[in-house]
Design a protein around this ligand. Structure first.
Ligand code: F6P
Length: 524
């Protein structure tokens, strides 16, 4: 069955929200806490190690009930059930969307189980040193070669779980920038390095070119036979990996029902397993599984991904906020934003609805941000006093991992102070100097988590996955395809041919022709 395809702007709830927005848009909301001492208690969700406070938002009870009505009218409940049951909801690619099946510990598919087992055995051999390189030495470095979803998830997680890391050094070659590849290879010894070539399609230009370059580098020291000790592949295209020269045994399969940007839970997580050990990887899967159950079973009112998605819709479509920021107060999460940028923007950057019609309302929020407290000394000025409305998620942890309590208290004091400053501003203070005035009324969500564990990290990532899905359902778009990346890829092929043949005139665009003339040092 197809996903429901309801234009959200035609629902009764949307019309009511538009009206309600007129009452809300100018309201300075700082006094709501004194008017309703219960507000912080009302607008929060407590779940496992998570405490989500959304009381600092420009909302009332009525806003929430109308947003919930919207979710009902667009048939969100039915859509969630369709996703989890494996219906082909990625209709433009005719695929199911089942990254949740990779962590479904109630009902794990046999192929998922066997891949996990294979990942466990292999990563254990690499970590213990029983797997030896071509000169009999143990592996010291693992290099993930892949881009997009075949890079961002593993890199974000290995950074985030650094505290749980073993002795192996993990590197990522993603960019086709040859300087970057060379910089990385210069620090590696082929005798002690394992390369994990990750590409769902095994046709991605950057990955194949980089992997080929690395293979040639390796073959300066090792032989063709040695490749099997140093190269493994993760792919849904086994034949492509074999043609590249990786043996069947060294191929870790992926299913077509796992989208690239949702694939860190699959064999794409092999470098994560090597970095932190299989048990930690599994704990992360279990954390995601718990969040899946919360998302699937909890009433929408107490459902973290649903509530956060609805708030985001409120700002995006009614306040016309163009972007939202994510600021994690943990250096470990310094790769979270690039990861979320792919997840959210590749999914929801769409302007045609599920009926194939051009959309006349806003979709796809722009996600940006960085870690706190660094961000405070960079772009927070704009959040506090700029002209744009930028709803922001603050993510913080109750406990630090190394137990440096003094620093952690300072970090978290800043965390809490910022949401307060953004909300309260100088509203109740008499500030004569206009340059020192803070309007406040800036919305934030506070996601306070007990501790950065593999399990909680899994839940956090799954939270954002489900949030973006809810938004896609409400906007009536297909979140799980990414046709928008194809055109540039196709043009790059002919551009490359023109560069290699030194034939700018083969290019259609006059602008590109001129640029290529310059690039190739030719006169026009
Ligand atoms: O270009 C976008 C994209 O298709 C992403 O969706 C994907 O994660 C990435 O390229 C890498 O694809 P692959 O894993 O097939 O190399």
């Amino acid at each position: 069955m197809s996903l429901p395809a309801i234009n959200p702007t035609k629902t009764e709830a949307w019309k009511m929200l538009e009206k309600h927005f007129q009452e809300m848009k100018e309201q300075q909301m700082q006094d709501v806490f004194s008017e309703d001492p219960n507000r912080a208690e009302r607008f929060k969700i407590e779940w496992q190690d998570f405490y989500v406070d959304y009381s600092n938002n420009r909302i009332t009870e009525k806003t929430i009930s109308l947003l919930l009505k919207l979710a009902e009218e667009v048939k969100l409940k039915e859509a969630i059930a369709q996703q989890f049951s494996g219906e082909k909801i990625n209709e433009t690619e005719n695929r199911a969307v089942l990254h949740t099946a990779l962590r479904d510990y109630d009902n794990m598919k046999p192929e998922v189980k066997s891949t996990l087992q294979k990942m466990k055995l292999f990563s254990e051999k690499i970590i213990s040193g029983s797997h030896k390189g071509f000169t009999g030495k143990v592996i010291t470095d693992v290099v993930n070669i892949g881009i997009g979803g075949s890079h961002l998830g593993p890199e974000m997680v290995t950074e985030a779980l650094q505290f749980y890391k073993n002795h192996l050094k993990i590197q990522f070659i993603a960019n086709i920038d040859g300087d970057d590849v060379t910089e990385k290879l210069n620090k590696l010894n082929p005798e002690t390095t394992l390369f994990v070539v990750v590409s769902k399609s095994f046709t991605t230009q950057e990955t194949i070119a980089n992997a080929s370059f690395v293979r040639s580098w390796f073959l300066k020291r090792g032989t063709q036979n040695d490749i099997q000790k140093h190269f493994v592949a993760v792919s849904a295209n086994g034949n492509g990996a074999k043609e590249f020269g990786i043996s069947e045994h060294n191929i870790y399969p992926m299913q077509d029902w796992v989208g690239g940007r949702f694939s860190l839970w699959s064999s794409v997580g092999l470098s994560i397993c090597c970095a932190v050990g299989f048990n930690n990887f599994e704990a992360m899967l279990k954390g995601a599984f718990e969040m899946d159950n919360h998302f699937k079973k909890e009433d929408f009112e107490n459902n973290i991904p649903v509530v956060l998605a609805l708030l985001s819709i409120w700002y995006n479509n009614f306040f016309k906020a163009e972007s939202e920021a994510v600021v994690a107060y943990s250096q470990y999460l310094n790769k979270l934003v690039p990861y979320l940028q792919q997840a959210v923007m590749e999914s929801n950057g769409k302007s045609v609805d599920r009926n194939g019609e051009k959309i006349d309302y806003q979709t796809g929020t722009i996600v940006w941000g960085n870690v706190g407290s660094n961000s405070q000394h960079a772009y927070f000025q704009l959040l506090h006093q700029g002209t744009k409305l930028i709803p922001t998620d603050f993510i913080g942890f109750r406990e630090s991992l190394h137990g440096n309590i003094e620093n952690h208290n300072i970090l978290m004091a800043n965390f809490f102070a910022q949401t307060e400053a953004l909300w309260e501003g100088t509203h109740n203070k008499k500030v004569e100097d206009p340059f020192k005035n803070f309007e406040g009324n800036k919305p934030t969500n506070t996601i306070l988590i007990k501790k950065l564990t593999p399990k909680n990290l899994g839940s956090l990532i799954a939270l954002y996955e489900h949030k973006l899905f809810v938004q896609g359902i409400i906007w009536n778009i297909f979140s799980y395809d990414q046709w928008g990346v194809e055109l540039g890829k196709t043009i790059a092929k002919s551009t490359l041919a023109a560069i290699e043949k030194r034939e700018p005139s083969a290019i259609v665009s006059a602008s590109t022709q001129k640029l290529l003339d310059k690039f190739l040092g030719m006169k026009s």
